[in-house]
Design a protein around this ligand. Structure first.
Ligand code: ATP
Ligand code: MG
Length: 653
């Protein structure tokens, strides 16, 4: 039998942390030893960074696995921790959010403003009959009210469920039903690609369909025409008229904070449940440790949407609990032009930028000259999340955005983990391009084979988490059995993440994509990530997706969908030559076993709304099947383009 997962690539480049950052880092190397000596004491110390109304009696109750309780008996209010306590500490005038609308309008929200808005929204929700434990859906554009709505729910103990503002009626209605929510908070619309994009009609239809919703609170953002029912209330006529006084009440550490449905790359969405004390402890600590946030001087910007877990943990709860000043941007990266992100970094002097590989690869495709036109010297820490980052994309990010100075933290985590789990520490770790490196202090992770044995350095297999962690999911909403089956049944005593990984010769961790996507070629389990990264390491390639398609001789064969860089001529003979070069390049980089049977040059790849490549659809195309569920696809016309390209391309060899 072959290995659980092949380790084909190797990487020799190393980047030590900048000396000044290392000297002044929030978290230094001793944190690993401290956490290893007494993991629970380590987390209790991090919990003390928060303000508790009642101390806990027990740090962790793991007597009924996989159902964990953290900081048992403790009580706190999350909105108080994210807002009021900063105002009480005299920081009311500090900017919490520099908001940048897509059309270029701006708002500055201080911590005092935030306290007032959150209190008003909390009072309005109470007036609408929302009480602790009720579920509230949030379906919003990227405007400050989205964060306010989440914090207002947390403040009164209502459980929020944010649905990405691009999802369909169907997606919203199913989630309203699954969560049995009674209120929706939305807006008339938001700006996308230079024009107002409506949200309210989707809410209207979803509300009509479910019959569960009692009230809809509507922020006026775009001023576009909206239909109106007797359930609807304008935010500016209710929230903005409400009393700004609200006394936050403390809730149990295990009080349900939010349900977030995963993006659905792999099938029916799951309502991931997170609770209060442990979740805030780990989001707050990791934000402080991984981004080295200095709240007095840093300007932090996370480009995620609030509808994803990254927006929850690293726009709302982590940064605000740490008193950060952050940028929030409403729109798309190419409006009005492809320099928009860099213009925002330049304008606000952003010092910490947290974005996704899909954006980095898009920027690579658009060309180096675009970031070169802006002053990016304020950047001092760069982060990546969402997919494995190809070493070449990592290098591009380092050179063209970080200007060879700013360290990159490649952060591995999931909706289910709530916070970052595996990542470099920017003042400690000597990084390798493409590796998430090591579990954070207090986190247990390993790579195991199908017999649940830890693989040696140099080996590949399944990524598992070996110890409970504070911000772990507490379950799947309404489906304990699915929670057990999905995450805790494959390997006894371990949390199974669903991702492949390897340990390199030094023991550093490399994420290799989803286990479901692994390709079995002539008895070798080959990861999509390694082949994609080999393709992206060719100077003519910006982005690539590979899948295993059924093959009569090898079981599965590798089919690659490749996007050339902006300046590359991929028409006619040049295209043929490029395809040949790329196949040879992969064979040379990873060995002949990884040579793609077929390479297609495409202009787009199918992605989820959160920007992840949907390989399952490409597999359908590569095997000439009709397409599976495309409802979470960002742009469904992409698939027609790719399918028609495939029909004209001929397999090689
Ligand atoms: P679904 O579970 O419905 O398919 P999803 O997994 O895409 O949705 P998320 O929880 O947002 O939803 O994504 C977590 C996954 O993203 C991880 O399991 C992993 O596959 C990938 N991922 C996130 N960060 C990284 C990273 N730094 N390196 C490699 N992969 C990553
Ligand atoms: Mg997932």
């Amino acid at each position: 039998m072959s290995e659980t997962l092949e380790n084909l690539s190797s990487e020799t480049r190393r980047f030590p942390p900048p000396a000044d950052l290392a000297a002044n880092a929030n978290v230094k190397a001793d944190a690993y030893a401290e956490a290893a000596t007494d993991r629970l004491a380590f987390w209790a110390k991090q919990a003390e960074r928060l303000t508790w109304a009642k101390p806990w009696d027990q740090i962790l109750d793991w007597s009924n696995p996989p159902f964990a309780k953290w900081f048992v008996g403790g009580e706190l209010n999350l909105a108080y921790n994210c807002v009021d306590r900063h105002v009480e500490a005299g920081l009311g005038d500090r900017v919490a959010i520099h908001w940048e609308g897509e059309p270029g309008d701006t708002r500055t929200v201080t911590y005092s403003d935030l306290q007032k808005l959150v209190s008003q929204a909390a009072n309005t929700l109470l007036e609408l009959g929302v009480t602790a434990g009720d579920r509230v859906m949030i379906y919003m554009p990227m405007i400050p009210e989205a964060a306010v709505a989440m914090l207002a729910c947390a403040r009164i103990g209502a459980t929020h469920s944010v649905v990405f503002g691009g999802f369909s009626v169907d997606a919203l209605a199913t989630r309203i039903e699954d969560a049995s929510a009674k209120v929706v908070i939305t807006a008339d619309g938001g700006y996308r690609r230079g024009k107002p994009s409506a949200l309210k009609p989707t809410v209207d239809e979803a509300v009509a369909r479910t019959g569960r919703i009692e009230h809809v609170l509507v922020v006026r953002r775009t001023g576009q025409e909206v239909a109106w029912t007797d359930k609807d209330q304008w935010w500016h006529e209710t929230v903005e008229q409400a009393s700004p006084e609200h006394q936050p009440q403390a809730f149990d550490s295990e009080h349900p904070l939010f349900i977030l449905y995963t993006s659905g790359t792999t099938g029916k969405p799951k309502g991931i449940l997170h609770t209060t004390g442990g979740y805030l402890t780990q989001t707050s600590y990791t934000h402080h440790a991984v981004f080295d946030l200095k709240p007095e001087t840093d300007v932090y910007w996370c480009t995620a949407d609030i509808g994803w877990v990254t927006g929850h943990s690293y726009i709302v709860y982590g940064p605000l609990s740490n008193g950060a000043t952050q940028v929030m941007y409403e729109g798309t990266p190419d409006t009005p032009d492809r320099g928009r992100f860099w213009q925002i970094v330049d304008k606000y002097k952003v010092s910490i930028l947290y974005t996704a590989p899909t954006l980095i690869r898009t920027m690579m495709k658009w060309g180096d000259d675009i970031p070169a036109g802006y002053d990016l010297s304020s950047l001092r820490v760069l982060g990546s999340v969402g997919e494995p980052i190809n070493p070449e994309a990592w290098m591009w990010y380092r050179q063209h955005v970080g200007r060879e100075r700013a360290p990159i933290v490649d952060t591995w985590w999931q909706t289910e983990t709530g916070s970052i789990m595996i990542s470099p520490l920017p003042g400690v770790t000597e990084t390798k391009p493409g590796s998430a490196m090591t579990p954070l202090p207090g986190i247990g992770a390993d790579v195991i084979d199908d017999q649940a044995q830890s693989v040696p350095n140099g080996g590949g297999g399944f990524l598992v988490l070996t110890e409970p962690w504070p911000s772990m999911l507490r379950g799947i909403w309404g489906d304990d059995q699915r929670f057990i089956d999905t995450y805790w049944s494959r390997f006894e005593g371990f949390y199974f993440a669903g991702d492949g990984a390897k340990k390199d010769s030094d023991g550093a961790l490399w994420l290799l994509g989803r286990v479901d996507d692994v390709m079995l070629v002539s008895g070798h389990n080959i990861s999509t990530t390694e082949v994609e990264s080999a393709l992206v390491s060719h100077p003519s390639v910006a982005e690539a997706a590979v899948v295993g398609a059924t093959d009569p001789t090898t079981g599965q064969a590798i089919v690659a969908f490749t996007i050339p860089r902006g300046n590359v001529d991929a028409e006619g003979d040049a295209g043929e030559q490029l395809i040949k070069d790329l196949r040879d390049h992969v064979a040379k980089t990873l060995g002949p076993i990884a040579k793609p049977r077929q390479i297609l040059l495409v202009t787009e790849l199918p992605k989820t709304r959160s920007g992840k490549i949907m390989r399952r659809l490409l597999r359908d195309v590569a095997e000439n099947r009709s397409l599976g569920d495309v409802t979470t696809l960002q742009d469904s016309t992409v698939m027609d383009l790719i399918s028609s390209g495939l029909k004209t391309a001929k397999p090689e060899d």
